[in-house]
Design a protein. Structure first.
Length: 223
């Protein structure tokens, strides 16, 4: 049941994961809507406070650089109201992300080896070769599975129709991975009911899978 407070809510200018454009609850938002309404404002504020306390206790910070290039540590902001992605949607997004990451790795491998993308004039070679991040010593080298980037931090956004779009790819230092893991642990501590009422996909094997991937891709000393 939708509260009367949302009667005049306008969601036509952006995609809302909970409400349709005619202010009706989306199917996947029904359970969490009843939870939030049952908790009420006071209880939710208490959960929010516990969330911030947990973040402080864990020391989850991120660094922001000012105009003078001085670094400032700030607490990691975490919204206790989650964005729910149904499995059918995530399966499609996941398939596209895997394809995208594979394409990026193949691009990097081509740039350091056959350089077909420059010969075909798809990308101007000056953009790559004049970059301070282009490592000339890597020319002629290709890692196992051509996996140059084993961790890819892909930032996703949604347009007004709800379609997922890639904002940017973070291949060099994808620090967002650690926040993803911490977010899950904090939410499980402060809002456990969400995990009992929803079948939330597990991420607890992530670090093990990453470790195994890295071990497989790192060249052996006697190679």
């Amino acid at each position: 049941m939708v509260s009367k407070l949302w009667k005049n809510y306008n969601s036509t200018h952006a995609y809302d994961g909970y409400f349709t454009k005619d202010n009706k609850l989306r199917k996947h938002a029904t359970i969490i809507s009843s939870i939030l309404e049952r908790y009420g404002k006071k209880k939710l504020q208490e959960i929010e406070k516990n969330c911030q306390s947990t973040i402080s206790a864990r020391g989850i910070n991120f660094r922001v650089y000012a105009a003078n290039n001085r670094a400032e540590e700030k607490k990691w902001p975490l919204d206790i109201i989650p964005r729910i992605i149904p499995k059918t949607q995530w399966n499609k997004v996941s398939k596209g992300l895997k394809q995208r990451v594979k394409a990026l790795n193949l691009f990097i491998d081509d740039a350091y080896n056959q350089k077909k993308i420059f010969k075909d004039k798809v990308v101007p070679k000056e953009i790559i070769f004049n970059s301070p991040y282009y490592i000339k010593e890597c020319e002629g080298f290709s890692p196992k599975h051509k996996a140059w980037s084993n961790i890819s931090g892909v930032d996703l956004i949604r347009n007004t129709n709800g379609d997922y779009l890639v904002l940017e790819d973070n291949l060099r230092v994808p620090s967002g991975v650690s926040y993803m893991l911490e977010n899950r642990m904090v939410m499980r501590d402060v809002f456990p009911e969400l995990f009992t009422r929803y079948k939330v996909a597990s991420i607890h094997q992530y670090t093990n899978k990453l470790f195994n991937c890295m071990v497989e891709c790192i060249p052996k000393k006697n190679c």
